[in-house]
Design a binder for this molecule. Structure first.
Ligand code: TXA
Ligand code: MG
Length: 301
């Protein structure tokens, strides 16, 4: 493989499209390959605390240290003030940078061997559903990138929680496995509101959408007469044929449902159904992140 190339990598959340953070050609290639607008900044991935020091401009606060200790390596991304080592291209000119230490063994091993932080957004074309298997990546970006590291199915299945620590309080910019309930055990935690300053334009746009109409079951009438596939939480819907349905977790486990969600959305999107109906999920713990992704993916009707 040539120097400066990209590689798709497995992480515990979703697959990433990785390039060296210090190679601006590689960073450009990430944006081009994903068809991602330059205003949507990238996350850096690291394997050590000394790498973190190089990328940020001030020491971490006590609360940040505590959260890092608890959740790294793992699916929690921090927004820090960036150092001069991080280029404008990575942060879309923001004074901050998003950083996380992933826990997938193959990716961590790669980060250790290279010993250079890697920029890696989710390995999907802009606005499509994030990939949770190497096959998902191959299907969409296969012809465009020289290598995909196959690390199996992602164990979490939804993108990392993104937070910013301010005045010893936590603001959640994107929900994920590390839930608001869990973070609240460390400090006052709030969810960023859409009417607050937009920290990163990409986060408020519609995202993760299937191509087919994707709507809640309660709005099924708007697709009357069409053949419909259903994504159900824990049991089959009695009014639709069983063969049209995917049940995510008969045991009502929200983590399992999250792990399967994007795969089910893709499967339905590739099927012969003309539209996709999605169930309601309890709005607690991982259910909040599931509902957040569903809300962003819904077809506006
Ligand atoms: O789980 C994940 O985080 C995956 C895996 C590959 O690590 N990565 C991922 O990256 O989801 P991406 O690029 O698809 O999503 C990163 C989000 C974007 O919405 C971006 O706008 C936001 O993070 N972001 C990046 N830098 C930021 C910053 N400095 N301030 C606020 N938001 C930022
Ligand atoms: Mg993404």
């Amino acid at each position: 493989m040539q120097v400066g190339e990209l590689v798709a990598v497995p992480t515990e959340t979703v697959y990433g499209l990785a390039g060296r953070y210090d190679d601006l050609n590689a960073i450009q290639k990430i944006y081009q390959t994903k068809n991602r607008p330059s205003y949507d900044p990238l996350i850096l991935h690291i394997h050590s605390h000394s790498q973190l020091k190089e990328l940020i401009s001030r020491d971490t606060s006590d609360l940040e240290k505590m959260l890092i200790q608890e959740f790294w390596p793992g699916p929690l991304t921090f927004i820090f003030e960036r150092s001069e080592n991080v280029s404008d291209l990575i942060t879309s000119k923001l004074p901050t940078v998003a950083i996380r230490m992933p826990r997938h063994p193959i990716f961590l091993d790669l980060l250790e061997k290279i010993n250079i932080p890697l920029a890696a957004p989710s390995a999907n074309p802009f606005k499509y559903i994030s990939p949770t298997s190497a096959q998902h990546v191959a299907k969409q970006l296969g012809g465009k990138i020289p290598m995909i590291l196959d690390g199996g199915n992602c164990e979490v299945g939804l993108e990392s929680t993104i937070i910013k620590v301010h005045d010893e309080k936590i603001v959640v910019l994107r929900q994920g496995l590390v839930s608001i309930e869990r973070l609240s055990q460390f400090a006052e935690t709030s969810l960023v509101k859409s009417d607050q300053t937009i920290e990163a334009p990409g986060m408020l746009d519609a995202h993760y959408s299937p191509v087919k109409p994707f709507i809640k079951i309660k709005d099924a009438d708007t697709l009357k007469g069409k053949s419909l596939g259903l994504i159900m939480f824990s049991e089959y819907h009695p009014d639709f044929p069983i063969e049209n349905q995917i049940v995510m977790s008969p045991e009502k486990d929200l983590k399992i449902a999250a792990m399967r969600l994007y795969g089910a959305m893709r499967e339905m999107d590739m099927s012969n159904f003309e539209g996709i109906l999605i169930d309601e999920f309890p709005n607690e713990e991982m259910g909040r992140a599931i509902n957040d992704r569903i809300k962003r993916a819904l077809t506006r009707i």
